[in-house]
Design a binder for this molecule. Structure first.
Ligand SMILES: C[S@@+](CC[C@H](N)C(=O)[O-])C[C@H]1O[C@@H](n2cnc3c(N)ncnc32)[C@H](O)[C@@H]1O
Length: 222
């Protein structure tokens, strides 16, 4: 299989106000006409013998106990991580994509929310907000969000990371104005340090091209 491409329910996952006016460019380009259509693409890849869990492999490599699948879509990454025993929460702006995720894994917490301002609550936590070991933005999420919201999204994701936690994203340039420099600057402004940049999810060195998998980390003592 080509691996270059690419259990337990959490006790509590509550969400604050859902921003309903947000623009989802993924929906605008027709990508989410139906969650099942999106899943068909991955099923065809699997049928061809291609490996579709590169993102889950990389996330697992870091060994997190808890993961937020941010822009989870139909739950491809979260469901695989749950199968591997990771505590996952999925959040997405698109109810139809979440319906598909829920139908495949009803035992998992699927949250309708906008990454710019979603608040995932953890009763008992000092500020009431849940903090994850790792947050993954897989499948080009960062270039499908509303243009101009990227900095707010990175900042909100950083707020949901525990000390030493990692923000992992994979996206291709050209689908929006976002650049890797912009993304790194937004992360730095949110208090995150650049830890890795690779060309693929199986950690091939960054080649300076248009696709990158980037890992930022919240410093351990902060
Ligand atoms: C290409 S899909 C990727 C889905 C999934 N991460 C995967 O890799 O299979 C992009 C997803 O980003 C979601 N999205 C776009 N803007 C968002 C936002 N502001 N908040 C939450 N999800 C968003 C879309 O609804 C869509 O499900």
């Amino acid at each position: 299989m080509d691996r270059s491409l690419s259990a337990r329910p959490l006790a509590v996952a509550k969400v604050g106000a859902v921003r309903v006016g947000g623009v989802n460019r993924w929906r605008e380009i027709g990508g989410a006409d139906h969650g099942g259509v999106y899943d068909d693409r991955w099923r065809r890849m699997e049928a061809r013998g291609e490996w579709v869990h590169g993102e889950a492999d990389l996330v697992s490599w870091f060994g997190p106990a808890t993961v937020l699948d941010a822009g989870c879509g139909t739950g491809r990454v979260a469901i695989e991580l749950d199968r591997r025993g990771v505590g996952v929460v999925g959040v997405d702006l698109d109810a139809r994509m979440l319906d598909e995720a829920r139908s495949k894994a009803p035992h998992l917490p699927w949250i309708l929310g906008d990454l710019t301002d979603v608040e995932i609550a953890a009763p008992g936590a000092a500020d009431g907000r849940r903090q994850f070991d790792l947050i993954v933005l897989a499948g080009n999420v960062m270039v499908f969000v509303e243009v101009g919201t990227e900095a707010a999204i990175v900042a909100n994701m950083a707020r949901h990371l525990g000390p030493g936690g990692r923000l992992v994203s994979g996206f291709r340039l050209g689908l929006s104005p976002l650049t890797f420099d912009d993304y790194d600057r937004f992360a730095a402004n949110a208090g995150l340090e650049l830890e890795h940049r690779w060309t693929t999810w199986d950690r091939r060195p960054f080649d300076g091209g248009s696709y990158a998998v980037t890992v930022h980390r919240r410093p351990a003592g902060v």
